[in-house]
Design a protein. Structure first.
Length: 323
């Protein structure tokens, strides 16, 4: 892996018909996933991001079919400070790091979480990540979702992993516990976007949402809950949480989409106590599969369920046996 500071990157992306009428900077932010919109706007203004080889303005409208070319020398873009945060590293080499993220760890600094994030910990782990978009983070997990994430350590790895996310070949499998008893598995194909009123939430949108597809199957049923395996085809913010709530099976403990705590009639005291104390959405990124961006080898990782998730399942099983 070469030194990242000052490394050149050249990428060309074809504008699909769905972007006809879109602003250049908006389409670029989706096509060049991983770079911030403000950084892309700067590159458009500087002439580093061109349309069919010609300079353009961020607000220029696209017709569809154009070739957007980004030719730029990367300089450090991360202003956040490195922090010594214990990160459970499952695997690492010169190109990628795989983390088993614990509950409570925020992925990116944001309002209310200026530091103490996964990004701060990654900068401490490898200072060269400051030259990569979002310190090499190519996908995220919500603060209280646990499990596997892959991070890029080189420009080549970042480009390769983003491409796998875009062509849906990055394999992501989750386990969850939902409220309600499902009759069987299924697929939710429902576009998503920011909630029109509550800006902290996402929602299924009939118009203007981004394509979102979630596959789920039943692993076990309890008296008033279901343990499910979920596979993501797309990776929208809060996707599993929103899609299962849309099917009226919200996740146990979900503070945004779960509604009021429901205690099953006749539930054991152990289960009632466990449900009351479960402080987060019951969602764990259990498996991650990817083609190594340098070697081309397929790698698959699995992270066991965390202790609180295991305790929830044990309480549900014990309650079912006493019914």
């Amino acid at each position: 892996m070469g030194h990242l500071g000052g490394e050149k990157i050249q990428r060309t992306e074809q504008v699909g018909e769905q972007y006809a009428g879109s602003r250049l900077d908006q389409a670029a932010a989706e096509l060049f996933d991983g770079f911030s919109r403000s950084r892309l706007q700067g590159w458009i203004k500087d002439g580093a991001l061109t349309v069919n080889g010609r300079p353009a303005k961020p607000k220029d409208k696209l017709l569809g079919g154009e070739a957007l070319t980004l030719a730029v020398e990367l300089a450090p873009e991360i202003e956040d400070r490195p922090q010594a945060i214990e990160l459970p590293v499952v695997y690492q080499d010169d190109d990628v790091i795989v983390i088993n993220k614990p509950a409570g760890l925020v992925v990116h600094p944001a309002a209310g979480h200026a530091d103490g994030t996964l990004l701060n910990g990654l900068l401490h782990l490898d200072e060269r990540l400051s030259s990569l978009p979002r310190a090499g983070i190519v996908h995220r997990l919500d603060r209280d979702t646990t499990g596997l994430m892959v991070v890029a350590r080189s420009v080549e790895a970042h480009t390769g992993l983003v491409a796998q996310l875009q062509d849906k070949s990055l394999y992501r499998e989750y386990e969850a516990v939902a409220v309600g008893v499902m009759t069987g598995g299924g697929t939710v194909d429902a576009p998503m976007g920011r909630h029109p009123v509550d800006r902290k939430r996402q929602a299924v949108l009939e118009h203007g949402g981004k394509n979102a597809v979630t596959h789920y199957r039943v692993l076990d049923r309890y008296r008033a809950h279901t343990r499910v395996q979920v596979r993501l085809e797309t990776g929208r913010t809060h996707q599993i949480r929103v899609h299962l709530a849309h099917r009226r099976y919200p996740l146990v403990g979900d503070p945004l989409y779960g509604g009021r705590l429901k205690l099953p009639a006749g539930a054991s005291e152990q289960l009632r106590d466990t449900l009351r104390r479960f402080p987060r959405q019951a969602l764990h990124a259990r498996k991650l599969g990817l083609v190594h961006p340098a070697s081309g080898e397929y790698l698959e990782f699995e992270a066991p369920l965390p202790a609180d998730f295991q305790a929830l399942i044990q309480a549900l099983e014990a309650d079912r046996e006493t019914a």
